[in-house]
Design a protein around this ligand. Structure first.
Ligand code: CA
Length: 239
């Protein structure tokens, strides 16, 4: 790893915090720990981390407040760490600017994968959004954002304009979970109502067109109660 990335861990439970910090240090990251929301906020400003890991259950401030405050001045990726009982908060957190989430208990491999994805997105967003110009490619699926052509194993796929918009939005956020609200606002605009039926119908149609077996998708994964996730783009291994 050429650059040492620094990660701020905001987590009040010392054993979890220690576990994460040790795992990350062993994998070449520099870590800083905050044990409350207030301490976390001041360290975001003083340490300027590359990635923030934020526990949603902190004693002093709720996670949404912390995300809002961080997003007032920086786009540093935030990966939310939540317990299963905080499912609703997790969706809210993503909608107000968190980049991804990981649910406790989680394994080391999952945590490291989430961090790698966030770093890739962070780097991608600072290089003039090249990811948007470069086609998305993953195991036979190719999406060309400039020509709007989609192929699966070199076979051309015909999508409606709305289906294309949904797929392109998910692909440009590949590797990350994208919430229902975020997709709906991006595709239908800010005034779309909260009912996700129209999205689910379109998703079923897209799956029917691009997946060999829509019941066991290879490209479009459902994150139950949250949204959808497409696998990380493999067209540019160095990114
Ligand atoms: Ca906690």
């Amino acid at each position: 790893m050429s650059k040492t990335y620094s990660i701020l861990i905001i987590e009040d439970e010392h054993n979890i915090s220690n576990f994460i910090a040790k795992t990350l240090s062993r994998n070449g990251y520099k870590t800083t720990c905050a044990y409350s929301g207030q301490e976390g906020l001041s360290l975001v400003a003083s340490v300027c981390p590359d990635i923030i890991l934020l526990d949603l259950g902190l004693p002093d401030l709720d996670g949404i407040t912390i995300i809002n405050k961080i997003r007032e001045w920086t786009a540093t990726p935030i990966i939310v760490v939540s317990a299963r009982i905080q499912e609703n908060d997790k969706v809210k957190a993503l909608d107000c600017g968190a980049d991804d989430y990981i649910t406790k208990p989680f394994g080391t491999a999952e945590l490291l994968a989430r961090i790698r994805t966030s770093i890739r997105h962070k780097n991608g967003s600072t290089t003039e959004n090249l990811s948007f110009v470069r086609p998305y490619e993953y195991e036979g699926l190719k999406i060309d954002f400039s020509s709007h052509l989609i192929t699966v194993d070199d076979k051309l796929i015909h999508l409606t304009p709305v289906e294309y918009k949904i797929l392109a939005y998910l692909a440009s956020n590949s590797g990350k979970v994208v919430t229902y609200t975020s997709i709906m606002k991006n595709v239908w605009g800010p005034y779309i109502d909260e009912d996700t039926k129209i999205l689910r119908v379109n998703m079923a149609n897209i799956r029917r067109k691009i997946e060999a077996n829509p019941a066991q998708p290879k490209y479009l994964f459902t994150e139950i109660g949250v949204g959808y996730r497409m696998p990380d783009d493999t067209s540019c291994p160095s990114c």
